[in-house]
Design a protein around this ligand. Structure first.
Ligand code: PMP
Length: 457
């Protein structure tokens, strides 16, 4: 197929996620054809540095042959095995064991899904089951953060705290609630870290009091809010939320779909805080995007609550055909090996320091209002006016301009609707590619600043 006929066929047949149907038909697709290391090629022959690891997922970079081999070998040996009816397969067992070893203490039981949304959805279902099984059926209310993202399943989308994921789909559900995000740049209590922590604690406490502690099941949070604009809470925040959940007798669910697997430095984001949640959701970096897979990990309190409940002789009414898929699991095992023995986790920790320095040097750029950074995860919040923190006029379509300017400068990043640039390069990024990334980012900011109507804004 020629480039034109592919784009035409895409227009006619392919529905894209998180995309306006008619806008897409007008604009047409950017068809990606190949990836190698940090670089993607498109069908027009452009070579682009991917500073967003696909969709915060290709942590080990493109073209890792050992992963291809692991997948091919598993496909030849056993391409599929169900986990129903007590069947299992070796890669799924070994990956579950590996995740239990690598994850924070206590999270020893693993349920595999196909991605992050169904990991969150499964966590919700396990929590409902847990409180039914332990004789507290009233505990069903769930609380999450504004600006949080917990996927777009029918249940998880309501825990997501982004109006763009609510308005067309009649969520949040009545049992889903939100408290303000720990968003220092625009916090009503100022940017002092302790004030932000105290504010979150007070908000969660007030919400639980309002709903009644006997009715609240769980609090969901990302260690760093990714899709909400890379909001990095102050040090001590997650620890304080863990302590409060214990005090209020509600479960803590940490959603590590983005922050897991070295994205913020350590293997998991909650390691910064020495926190072990009751349940933890993962996906993306689990297979580094080479095959679809997610998981929900749980501690023994939740597992035993379900396992020893009154209907424990009945199978759980929850299952996916592809739970523990052997090819995805084989990929996941090889990806874990690359992070650990392959040195990619350590590489990301070193490179993340340079990313932070490079972004700090952009803080006085006229467009940059806020720099947020942890490990290989970062954002630049661009503003129309640095003094007032005013956002860009909607008519400017700043997100589109940023993405277009980035593309012209050979770099792909996440251009959020409000003018925030999200960065999540592969943690395998080498020193030279990091310099290219930082240079192209600055060139992109300069190009946007040069657009006459942006300067006027
Ligand atoms: N939780 C978080 C924190 C996420 O970032 C995402 C995806 N961006 C999801 C859940 C949903 O994952 P998926 O897109 O794989 O369904």
């Amino acid at each position: 197929m020629t480039a034109n006929s592919l784009v035409e066929s895409d227009r006619t047949h392919l529905i894209h996620p998180v995309t306006a149907f008619r806008t897409h038909e007008k604009r047409g697709a950017t068809v990606l054809t190949e990836g190698k290391g940090m670089y993607l090629s498109d069908i027009e022959g452009n070579r682009l540095l991917d500073a967003f690891a696909g969709l915060w997922c290709v942590n080990v970079g493109y073209g890792q042959e050992s992963i291809v081999e692991a997948a091919a070998e598993q496909m030849r040996r056993l391409p599929y095995a169900t986990g129903y009816f007590h069947y299992a397969n070796e890669p799924a067992i070994r990956l579950a064991e590996r995740l239990a070893e690598l994850s924070p203490p206590g999270l020893d039981r693993v349920y595999f899904t196909l991605g992050g949304s169904d990991a969150v959805d499964s966590a919700i279902r396990f929590i409902v089951h847990y409180f039914n099984a332990t004789g507290r059926p009233a505990k069903k209310q769930m609380i999450a953060l504004d600006k949080g993202y917990h996927g777009s399943s029918t249940t998880g989308a309501g825990l997501t705290g982004l109006p763009a994921f609510h308005r067309q789909f009649d969520v949040p559900h009545a049992w889903q609630h939100h408290i303000p995000a720990p968003y220092a740049y625009r916090s009503p209590v100022g940017s002092d870290p302790q004030a932000i922590i105290d504010h979150s604690v007070a908000q969660l406490r007030a919400k639980v009091e309002e709903l009644g502690a006997g009715n609240v099941a769980a609090f969901f949070a990302e260690p760093v809010q990714g899709s909400g604009g890379v909001i990095v809470p102050p040090k001590g925040w997650l620890k304080a939320m863990r302590a409060l959940c214990d005090e209020l007798d509600i479960l803590l669910v940490v959603d590590e779909v983005i922050t897991g697997f070295g994205r913020t430095g350590p293997m998991f984001g909650c390691e910064h805080e020495g926190v072990s949640p009751d349940l933890m959701t993962v996906a993306k970096g689990l297979t580094s995007g080479y095959a679809p897979m997610g998981a929900v990990l749980m501690n023994d309190k939740v597992y035993a609550g379900i396992a020893d409940g009154p209907d424990n002789h009945l199978p759980i009414g929850h299952g996916f055909t592809y739970s523990g898929h052997p090819v995805s699991a084989a990929v996941g095992l090889e990806v874990m090996r690359l992070y650990t023995e392959g040195g990619i986790l350590g590489n990301g920790q070193v490179r993340g320091v340079r990313l932070g320095e490079g972004l700090a040097a952009l803080a006085d750029h006229p467009l940059v209002g806020d720099v947020r950074h942890t490990g290989m995860l970062a954002a630049l919040e661009l503003v129309a006016d640095k003094r007032t923190k005013a956002r860009f006029d909607g008519a400017l379509d700043i997100s589109n301009r940023l993405a277009t300017a980035g593309y012209r400068n050979g770099i792909i990043f996440r251009a959020f609707a409000d003018g925030t640039i999200g960065l999540a390069p592969a943690i395998s990024c080498d020193a030279d590619d990091m310099e290219v990334l930082l240079a192209r980012l600055r060139a992109t900011l300069d190009a946007v600043l040069d657009e006459p109507d942006v300067r006027r804004a």
